[in-house]
Design a binder for this molecule. Structure first.
Ligand code: NDP
Length: 455
């Protein structure tokens, strides 16, 4: 498999793809390894994960360079991701023993009742390229600590990073027959669906997620899907600092080139502050440094996937045809690499694709609203349900709006944020199941109920 640098179009590496025979052999060895791994205490398993974290920290410069080379993520953002994702390890350290421990519910009388939490077995983790550390750690670190073995299939656009995970997990003491990274494209993902894993954790698009759900339904094993979003942000008329709200909203829309599952994908602004907000937002976007992702001051690098450029072009053309106005950008940047101008469309409406379909790139639509009721109706007018955000100086007003949102996560005066302390879950077409938090730990075990009669 050829690995291309999306900033230059150059081939930077070639990897041997795993075929069905290799997947089967690796799965068989993972089955054996998992049985021994499950016998080790949670504390010892955690110690390996902590060592992995230390190794990643020590090698973060090299790892950031690899991530930037294969995905085009600006180097500062690669560093931020690698260091930021360590909070998953801190979370496991603080909580895993508590949530994986046996529980005694009744220990008096003739019949005692207890629960033990047993690992699922061998997990297939089919992952995405946009934040491989964050979304990878949410699954494979939590699965390993809970006593499972993992076959990790990174996206073909983040395969070098996947191989680094494997290298450092093994160096940290995770046995080779407990974690394996397999390399290949969507066809390899399909192979994993055809084999018998004890659970499937997927991060990626709605269409692939739906395909996975239908393909493996007959296996009756746990399935979790972390899918896309069309996340709204609403700026009310009472924000104290319109400029700051615009800066924060722009960062939520354009960080990682808009290629975040919880990126701000559409913005609604009260008509009372609309012009001021649009001016501040556009000025902020115009100030972004675009170009070589290896430079530390670059904020907008290339898109990871070339084909997404056509999706963005289609959304821009459709919006302009339906009455939107272009305030910045609007087209691909000519030359080497998959660069697209950061694009701001205003006077948008839900007749436009840019307000309905996931963009997953550096483009944003802004729409004027007359009331909170109108904003709520528009925010809710979506097939997705990942996150929703309100910027307002009034907490109660914001909470009232956020309670109406059919999303797994809501934000007040912030956006595009994930924390290991609270559950990460999507509703509707944004997914199924939960990662992170105590629930994300328990997701990787199955309860066994004990009824123990003493008389
Ligand atoms: P895809 O659905 O295209 O790919 C995701 C993974 O599935 C990749 O490893 C891919 O392999 C693999 N795959 C492709 N076809 C199949 C198949 N038939 N069977 C099994 N596996 C297959 O998603 P993207 O790469 O485009 O990722 C971006 C999407 O992920 C966005 O929609 C984004 O919102 C979402 N996402 C959601 C997150 C969340 O937490 N909710 C977090 C991050 C991203 P390959 O790439 O090698 O073709």
């Amino acid at each position: 498999m050829k690995i291309k640098n999306p900033a230059t179009g150059e081939i930077i590496a070639e990897l041997d793809e795993d075929r069905t025979e290799e997947v089967r052999a690796k799965l068989q060895s993972l089955r054996q390894g998992q049985r021994a791994w499950a016998q080790i205490s949670v504390r010892k398993r955690l110690a390996c994960i902590e060592r992995f974290g230390e190794l990643v920290r020590q090698n973060s410069d090299e790892l950031a360079a690899i991530l930037t080379a294969e995905t085009g993520k600006p180097i500062q953002q690669s560093h931020n991701e690698i260091i930021g994702a360590q909070n998953r390890i801190d979370h496991l350290k603080a909580n895993a023993e508590k949530w994986l421990a046996d529980e005694t519910l009744v220990d008096t009388g003739a019949t005692h009742e207890r629960i033990s939490y047993e690992p699922l077995g061998v997990i297939a983790n089919i992952s995405a390229w946009n934040f491989p550390y964050n979304v990878g750690y949410n699954v494979f670190l939590y699965a390993l600590v809970a006593g499972n073995a993992v076959m990790y299939k990174p996206s073909e656009y983040a395969a070098l990073t996947g191989k680094q995970f494997e290298k450092y997990l093994h160096l940290a003491g995770i046995p080779e027959n407990v974690f394996q990274c397999v390399v290949g494209d969507g066809k390899l993902g399909q192979t994993l669906l055809e084999e018998n894993f004890d659970g499937y954790w997927f991060t990626g698009s709605y269409l692939t997620g739906r395909h996975i759900a239908t393909t493996i339904a007959h296996k009756l094993v746990p399935l979790q899907l972390e899918l896309g979003g069309k996340d709204p942000l609403y700026v009310t008329d009472d924000v104290t600092d319109v400029k700051q709200a615009a800066i924060n909203a722009a960062e939520g829309a354009f960080y990682n080139n808009g290629q975040s599952c919880c990126a701000v994908e559409r913005i609604y602004v009260s008509e009372k502050i609309y012009d001021e907000f649009v001016a501040a937002f556009t000025a902020e976007v115009k100030s972004y440094t675009i170009g070589n992702p290896l430079k530390t001051d670059t904020f907008i690098g290339p898109m990871t996937r070339k084909q997404q450029v056509n999706v963005l072009d289609g959304q821009v053309k459709d919006a302009l045809k339906n009455g939107a106005l272009l305030k910045n950008g609007g087209k691909a940047i000519e030359g080497k690499g998959n660069f697209y101008e950061p694009t701001v469309l205003i006077n948008c409406s839900h007749a436009m694709k840019v307000m309905r379909d996931e963009s997953f790139g550096p483009i944003i639509g802004i729409q004027k609203v007359a009331s909170d009721q109108e904003a709520i109706a528009l925010m809710q007018d979506t097939e997705y349900g990942l996150t929703a955000s309100v910027f307002s100086s009034n907490e109660e007003r914001a909470l009232q709006i956020l309670r109406e949102m059919d999303t797994g996560t809501v934000y007040w005066n912030c956006c595009d944020r994930v924390s290991p302390n609270v559950p990460w879950s999507g509703r509707k077409n944004s997914g199924l199941g939960t990662t992170l938090s105590s629930q994300g730990i328990r997701a990787f075990v199955q309860p066994k109920s004990y009824h123990l009669r003493f008389s």
